[in-house]
Ligand binder design. Structure first.
Ligand code: SF4
Length: 243
């Protein structure tokens, strides 16, 4: 389990100082744009959701400005219109945190909670912030499908689940299903189901459909290829994978 993950709250404190570079960037942005949010952006959505979307990090003029994931920039326009299309939301998305939009059966989080310069967090920042992603996952008892948007989100999600990106290689629209005798045995012992996570491009507009209705496209992992770390860390997954 990553250092610090046990005691981490599910969302980072607004004054989180753990990444000095990002702290300084937030501080500079707060001076330049005092009317912007300029703080770690909390997850948004349905706490009883079965579907978790993990993005990279807040955009400078998107979530960092508005304080809600994927709100205020083009990526959010695509994502929220797609969620609406497949019935995952009520209300009208208007790119403002007070637009009244509500998500149904889906929650959106980020691998890194603070806006990074040039949209590029360092490896150390990704690792440091993962404790909040893990803690968030642990408090989403119904999640069974995860969609990671981009390589960094994908790899950090895999690691948050105790897996290894080398065993579950990133690829557009690639789906990974963790199952097999060992995973099923662990599931029985721990009263959990095998964990699924998926990566797909947000700009295809059919991601939820792919998640829900196209299992034949899945790439099932052989039991002997399941990462050892999954089996070792399965108890931690129990809290996020029961349904
Ligand atoms: S990226 Fe995460 S760990 Fe780093 S300062 Fe922001 S909230 Fe804290």
């Amino acid at each position: 389990m990553p250092k610090g993950s046990i005691a981490a709250p599910p969302e980072a404190p607004l004054d989180c100082p753990l990444c000095p570079r990002l702290f300084d960037f937030r501080t500079a942005n707060a001076k330049a744009h005092p009317d912007w949010f300029n703080a770690p952006v909390a997850s948004f959505g349905d706490m009883s959701a079965r579907f978790l979307i993990v993005g990279l990090a807040p955009g400078l003029q998107g979530a960092n400005r508005t304080g809600r994931p994927f709100t205020g920039d083009y990526a959010g326009d695509l994502l929220y219109s797609t969620l609406d299309k497949f019935g995952f939301s009520t209300g009208k998305f208007q790119a403002r945190p007070d637009d009244g939009l509500k998500l149904k059966d889906v929650i959106i989080s980020n691998a890194v909670k603070c806006v990074p310069p040039e949209n590029k967090p360092t490896g150390a920042e990704i690792v440091t912030c993962r404790q909040f992603l893990i803690s968030r996952m642990e408090q989403l008892p119904n999640v069974k499908v995860m969609l990671a948007l981009g390589r960094i989100a994908h790899d950090s999600t895999v690691r948050a689940l105790g897996g290894k990106p080398t065993a579950h290689v990133f690829g557009h629209a690639r789906r990974h299903v963790l199952q097999g005798p060992n995973a099923r045995r662990a599931a029985r012992q721990l009263s959990l189901q095998p964990v699924q996570y998926e990566h797909g491009p947000a700009d295809r507009g059919d991601v939820p459909h792919r998640v829900q209705e196209r299992p034949e496209r899945s790439r099932r992992l052989r039991a002997d290829r399941l990462p050892v770390s999954f089996r070792v860390t399965a108890p931690r997954i129990a809290g996020i994978a029961q349904w």
